[in-house]
Design a protein around this ligand. Structure first.
Ligand code: ZN
Length: 452
């Protein structure tokens, strides 16, 4: 639930930040103190949170003046940053080329609205927040979004796969669970009941052959609402009641929006009927086709693919006796140069507006899984094949194929939109109703294609 909000805001954050590139440069940032610099952090600011001075950037203070809660936070954050760099087979400096701004903001619903932008991490917390409430796994998830939006070893690793449905939200979870060595994601406040607080359990294998219901766009709110329905009145604290109420309201609104879009035939997609939701998942159910030949895979919730991806690697670890996430990331990085790169622009862009071009890199993910398998000895390859089968990963092959063949047009438009904010606000090319308009048409040339 929180991550869904996060994903939405990440996309907003991307276009907003790219828009600001047109404005005069910001003044150079202050010099961080030694401890912040060591942790690759350029700002720690907490607003409305007890024990912190609101508005103060603690990284601009001399290290010797930092209060204990800030010192403790820096230590936790530095530890996470180091673990991420190590998992990527990289250094802290190569991973965190741009130091992170951390903003902690009091919010009455707690951590559920945390998000990342290209500048840093916004952690929403209850006003009574203390360092012991720091949601390490949420931070680790969000920091991967931040890294994907900035230069450095992570964005190089995932080049061509940025919006891959099996990666965009699932890879941050895989990395978070790998560095904390637990398939469970602890995502909520301590006072919440377990089923609201912890995503995923250890044991059952999460297969891609599960019903479509597990992957459709409302699967995240389903799991919250199912939890809420199971709670006894005595389980409800104020926070749980608020989370349940807000999720219910958001869901009603989402249902209403979906029904009206279906009535207006804005898109073509697999319907969310009970019969459909109970069929075994097929990647084509993720297709959302718009006018003008633009297709996304957003009839599914990409967060839900973290279940099979995390489950696959923990199963593999159990079968082979060793963690393979780092080797997998290496296989992903090794193939980043195989991306096809397009140079794209608006067909109707003029010198006044809409003439900024954008580069789009795309590649399939399957070859990296194949390379990981090939890097293993014969016994471990057998384990790989077993885990692959148990997780219904042949459906990942289809999903990967859809990503590469059907979402290319959307990828190109998204990149061009982000670089042409003036033109975009004039012609509203991000609005699916305008996808077929001539003003929104994009043309591209291939600039790079290496075969390997
Ligand atoms: Zn996310």
């Amino acid at each position: 639930m929180k991550n869904q909000i996060a994903a939405f805001l990440i996309i907003t954050g991307l276009s907003l930040s790219q828009a600001s590139a047109l404005e005069p440069r910001r003044p150079p940032p202050h010099v961080e103190n030694e401890l912040c610099k060591k942790a690759s952090v350029s700002r720690i600011q907490a607003d409305g949170v007890s024990g912190f001075d609101s508005g103060k950037n603690y990284c601009a203070e001399p290290s010797k003046n930092l209060p204990m809660n800030v010192l403790g936070l820096l230590k936790k954050v530095e530890g996470i940053h180091l673990k991420i760099a190590s998992l990527l087979g990289s250094t802290l400096e190569q991973t965190f080329v741009r130091p992170v701004e951390i903003r902690i903001e009091a919010y009455s619903s707690g951590s559920m609205a945390s998000y990342a932008s290209d500048e840093g991490i916004h952690l929403t917390v209850l006003p009574s927040w203390q360092l012991s409430d720091f949601a390490s796994m949420v931070y680790a998830h969000e920091i991967m979004h931040y890294l994907s939006l900035n230069p450095g070893s992570f964005s190089r690793t995932i080049r061509g796969l940025d919006h891959h449905p099996f990666f965009f939200e699932a890879l941050p979870d895989l990395i978070s669970t790998a560095i904390f060595d637990s398939p469970q994601m602890k995502v909520g406040e301590r006072e919440l009941p377990t089923c609201l607080r912890i995503q995923r359990d250890e044991s059952p294998i999460k297969s891609l052959k599960a019903p479509f219901q597990n992957y459709y766009a409302f699967a995240g709110s389903d799991s919250v609402l199912n939890c809420c329905a199971k709670l006894r009145p005595s389980d409800f604290g104020d926070l749980a009641a608020k989370v349940c109420r807000e999720t219910k309201d958001d869901r009603s609104e989402a249902n209403r929006a979906r029904r009206s879009a279906e009535a207006e035939k804005t898109f073509q997609a697999s319907a969310y009927t009970d019969a459909n939701l109970q069929t075994s998942f097929s990647p084509t159910q993720c297709r959302k086709g718009y006018l003008g030949g633009v297709t996304t895979l957003e009839n599914c919730d990409f967060h839900q693919f973290a279940h099979p991806l995390v489950s696959f690697f923990f199963r593999l670890k159990k079968l082979t006796g060793r963690p393979l996430v780092s080797s997998f990331l290496k296989a992903v990085r090794d193939r980043s140069e195989t991306s096809v790169v397009f140079d794209c622009g608006y067909v109707r862009g003029t010198r006044d507006s809409g003439d900024e071009r954008a580069q789009v890199a795309l590649r399939p993910l399957l070859p990296s899984f194949v390379a990981l398998r090939e890097s293993l000895g014969p016994l471990d390859q057998k384990s790989f094949d077993q885990a692959w089968k148990e997780h219904g990963m042949e459906r990942f092959v289809d999903l990967d194929h859809l990503f590469r063949t059907e979402t290319e047009e959307w990828e190109k438009r998204f990149a061009v939109q982000a670089n042409n904010s003036l033109y975009n606000s004039r012609f509203h090319c991000e609005n699916s109703a305008n996808f077929a308009q001539e003003a929104c048409r994009v043309s591209c040339q291939i600039v790079e294609k290496k075969q390997r």
